[in-house]
Design a protein around this ligand. Sequence first.
Ligand SMILES: [Zn+2]
Length: 122
Amino acid sequence: MGTWYRYYNRWQALLRKSGFSGEFGHFPIFDNEIICHCGKKGCLETEASGLAIHRTILERIAKGESSILTEHVKDLSKLTLTDIIKATNMEDPLCIEIVEEVGNKLGKYIAGLINILIRSWW
Ligand SMILES: [Zn+2]
Protein backbone atom coordinates (compact mmCIF):
# COMPACT_ATOMS: atom_id res chain seq x y z
CA MET A 1 0.00 0.00 0.00
CA GLY A 2 1.04 3.57 -0.58
CA THR A 3 2.18 6.25 1.78
CA TRP A 4 -1.24 7.92 1.93
CA TYR A 5 -2.84 4.66 2.98
CA ARG A 6 -0.36 4.35 5.86
CA TYR A 7 -1.11 7.95 6.91
CA TYR A 8 -4.82 7.25 6.70
CA ASN A 9 -4.50 4.16 8.91
CA ARG A 10 -2.35 6.09 11.37
CA TRP A 11 -4.94 8.90 11.43
CA GLN A 12 -7.76 6.42 12.04
CA ALA A 13 -5.82 4.83 14.89
CA LEU A 14 -5.21 8.26 16.39
CA LEU A 15 -8.89 9.13 16.17
CA ARG A 16 -9.85 5.87 17.87
CA LYS A 17 -7.23 6.45 20.56
CA SER A 18 -8.50 9.99 21.16
CA GLY A 19 -12.05 8.72 21.61
CA PHE A 20 -13.32 11.19 19.02
CA SER A 21 -13.67 8.82 16.09
CA GLY A 22 -16.90 9.55 14.28
CA GLU A 23 -17.66 12.62 16.41
CA PHE A 24 -15.81 15.33 14.53
CA GLY A 25 -18.70 15.96 12.16
CA HIS A 26 -20.90 16.87 15.07
CA PHE A 27 -18.71 19.46 16.75
CA PRO A 28 -20.90 22.58 16.96
CA ILE A 29 -18.58 25.03 15.24
CA PHE A 30 -20.99 27.09 13.13
CA ASP A 31 -23.33 29.72 14.46
CA ASN A 32 -26.25 28.77 12.25
CA GLU A 33 -29.80 27.56 12.71
CA ILE A 34 -29.37 24.52 10.52
CA ILE A 35 -30.45 21.36 12.31
CA CYS A 36 -28.05 18.47 11.79
CA HIS A 37 -29.31 14.92 11.36
CA CYS A 38 -28.01 14.31 14.91
CA GLY A 39 -30.55 16.86 16.18
CA LYS A 40 -28.13 19.64 17.16
CA LYS A 41 -27.57 22.98 15.44
CA GLY A 42 -24.34 24.23 13.92
CA CYS A 43 -22.48 20.93 13.58
CA LEU A 44 -19.57 20.79 11.14
CA GLU A 45 -21.70 18.60 8.91
CA THR A 46 -24.31 21.34 8.52
CA GLU A 47 -21.86 23.38 6.43
CA ALA A 48 -19.04 21.06 5.45
CA SER A 49 -20.46 17.85 4.02
CA GLY A 50 -22.10 16.40 0.97
CA LEU A 51 -25.47 17.20 2.51
CA ALA A 52 -24.41 20.83 2.92
CA ILE A 53 -23.37 21.01 -0.74
CA HIS A 54 -26.67 19.47 -1.81
CA ARG A 55 -28.78 21.77 0.38
CA THR A 56 -26.90 24.93 -0.57
CA ILE A 57 -27.12 24.28 -4.31
CA LEU A 58 -30.86 23.69 -4.10
CA GLU A 59 -31.30 26.87 -2.01
CA ARG A 60 -29.29 28.98 -4.45
CA ILE A 61 -31.13 27.58 -7.50
CA ALA A 62 -34.44 28.27 -5.74
CA LYS A 63 -33.32 31.88 -5.27
CA GLY A 64 -32.85 32.16 -9.02
CA GLU A 65 -29.18 31.45 -9.60
CA SER A 66 -28.42 29.60 -12.78
CA SER A 67 -26.81 26.20 -13.05
CA ILE A 68 -26.58 23.55 -15.71
CA LEU A 69 -28.23 21.28 -13.15
CA THR A 70 -31.60 22.78 -14.06
CA GLU A 71 -31.08 21.54 -17.62
CA HIS A 72 -29.50 18.18 -16.79
CA VAL A 73 -31.69 17.08 -13.88
CA LYS A 74 -35.39 16.98 -14.75
CA ASP A 75 -36.60 16.74 -11.13
CA LEU A 76 -34.38 18.67 -8.74
CA SER A 77 -36.02 16.93 -5.77
CA LYS A 78 -34.08 13.89 -6.98
CA LEU A 79 -30.76 15.74 -7.30
CA THR A 80 -27.83 13.55 -6.25
CA LEU A 81 -24.24 14.26 -5.31
CA THR A 82 -23.27 12.41 -8.48
CA ASP A 83 -25.23 15.00 -10.49
CA ILE A 84 -23.43 17.78 -8.61
CA ILE A 85 -20.01 16.22 -9.18
CA LYS A 86 -20.77 15.85 -12.90
CA ALA A 87 -21.87 19.50 -13.11
CA THR A 88 -18.77 20.57 -11.20
CA ASN A 89 -16.58 18.62 -13.62
CA MET A 90 -18.45 20.35 -16.47
CA GLU A 91 -17.32 23.64 -14.89
CA ASP A 92 -20.71 24.82 -13.68
CA PRO A 93 -19.87 28.07 -11.84
CA LEU A 94 -22.45 27.63 -9.07
CA CYS A 95 -21.36 24.06 -8.30
CA ILE A 96 -17.69 25.00 -8.38
CA GLU A 97 -18.29 27.92 -6.01
CA ILE A 98 -20.23 25.85 -3.49
CA VAL A 99 -17.92 22.83 -3.58
CA GLU A 100 -14.98 25.21 -3.10
CA GLU A 101 -16.66 26.95 -0.14
CA VAL A 102 -17.41 23.66 1.56
CA GLY A 103 -13.90 22.40 0.83
CA ASN A 104 -12.42 25.52 2.42
CA LYS A 105 -14.53 25.13 5.57
CA LEU A 106 -13.63 21.45 5.87
CA GLY A 107 -9.97 22.14 5.19
CA LYS A 108 -9.77 24.80 7.90
CA TYR A 109 -11.39 22.47 10.38
CA ILE A 110 -9.14 19.54 9.52
CA ALA A 111 -6.08 21.78 9.79
CA GLY A 112 -7.24 22.78 13.28
CA LEU A 113 -7.73 19.15 14.25
CA ILE A 114 -4.27 18.25 13.03
CA ASN A 115 -2.79 21.08 15.08
CA ILE A 116 -4.59 19.82 18.18
CA LEU A 117 -3.80 16.15 17.69
CA ILE A 118 -0.33 16.32 16.17
CA ARG A 119 1.35 15.88 19.53
CA SER A 120 -0.24 12.46 19.84
CA TRP A 121 0.77 11.52 16.32
CA TRP A 122 4.37 10.55 17.00
ZN1 LIG B 1 -24.63 16.85 14.15
